[in-house]
Design a protein. Structure first.
Ligand code: PBG
Length: 332
């Protein structure tokens, strides 16, 4: 903290706030389009753009429409999108084998976007929930989410996504040992340059509700995810998870959800210095949108303020459903 501050009235901190020009000059934290990763939902069909009811302004795209959206994102200067599949009960089994099918909707979308817009980085989600009959991120045996068998399945899923052309793999499952296993398999298969952005500090959160609707998982999910996602009260445990994932070969790490966990983001950045991202999750997006639609807050201002807060907390970037709208505003 500054120790050289003269007492009032020699120091009047309001001097530097008096006009937009002065405020621009002294602003400490800047948000730019290159800080944004856009999470998108892909579904079956052709020519489909289907609104997600619980996330106003967010759509599920068929692959052809997703390619158009990806092109638009790239032209706005957004560096990366993150693809999530919308699945139905017919895609879900107890053994989750569609998860590593090279032809599943996510892998087809990855390949189509990389083919049409190669400059755009494509990130994926690695977890079994879209393909699991019970909606969990891991394989369930006798009511237990089994760790090691799940990791084997996740490794197959990772290799299929890498083969489809993904630039960044995003393991969001919170099983133990998955980063090391994936990294070893990627190296063994010659995928030396595929990055892993680990959902390292992922909390068991109520803020994922709208997302589970968006991907079709709400009805399938039996119980909660508290045996694998972190308890919201635990800061030290979150830091141990990040340290472990970095030591196993993660290139970048994520804190999730975002705004309620900014203290974790700051601690992760300060302690490890690795590329650090936060996920402004579906519930955070929905809260801002719902309040804005009611006229209770200014949606654009709340969007900018919340995204700036992630940068101030030390994040290198943010996964946000606001990405295209924020990019349009930042681009003027
Ligand atoms: C699935 C996954 C979730 C999210 C990203 N990947 C939901 C969950 O863990 O239940 C949440 C994203 C959001 O809420 O926007 N493993």
């Amino acid at each position: 903290m500054p120790v050289n501050q003269a007492p009032f009235p020699a120091t009047r901190l309001r001097r530097l706030r008096k006009s937009p020009a002065m405020r621009d000059l002294v602003r400490e934290t800047h948000l730019s389009v290159s800080d944004l990763i856009w999470p998108v939902f892909v579904r079956q069909g052709k020519g489909e753009v289907e609104p997600v009811a619980s996330m106003p302004g967010v759509n599920r795209y068929s692959v052809d429409k997703l390619v158009e959206a990806a092109r638009e994102a790239q032209s706005l200067g957004i560096p990366a999108i993150c693809i999530f599949p919308y699945t139905g009960q017919e895609d879900r089994t107890e053994s989750c084998e569609l998860a590593w099918d090279p032809d599943n909707i996510a892998n087809r979308a990855i390949a189509a976007v990389k083919e049409a817009v190669p400059e755009l980085a494509v990130m994926t989600d690695i977890a079994l929930d879209p393909y699991n009959a019970n909606g969990h991120d891991g394989i369930v045996r006798d009511g237990i989410i089994v760790n090691d068998e799940t990791v084997e399945a996740l490794v197959r899923m990772a290799l299929a996504q890498a083969a489809a052309g993904a630039d960044i793999l995003g393991p969001s499952d919170m099983m133990d040992g998955r980063i090391g296993a994936m990294r070893a398999a990627l190296e063994a298969e010659g995928h030396h340059d595929v990055a892993i952005l680990s959902y390292a500090a992922k909390f068991a959160s109520a803020f994922y509700g709208p997302f589970r609707d968006a991907v079709g998982a709400s009805a399938a999910l039996k119980g909660d995810k508290k045996t694998y996602q972190i308890d919201p009260g635990n800061r030290n445990e979150a830091l141990r998870c990040v340290e472990r994932d970095l030591s196993e070969g993660a290139d970048m790490v994520m804190v999730k959800p975002g705004l309620p966990y900014l203290d974790i983001a700051r601690a992760v950045k300060d302690r490890f210095g690795a590329p650090t991202y936060a996920y402004q999750v579906s519930g955070e997006y929905a809260m801002i949108e719902a309040a804005a639609q009611n006229g209770w807050i200014d949606g654009d201002q709340a969007m900018l303020e919340s995204l700036t807060a992630f940068r101030r907390a030390g994040c290198d970037g943010v996964l946000t459903y606001f990405a295209p709208r924020m990019a349009q505003i930042l681009n003027g």
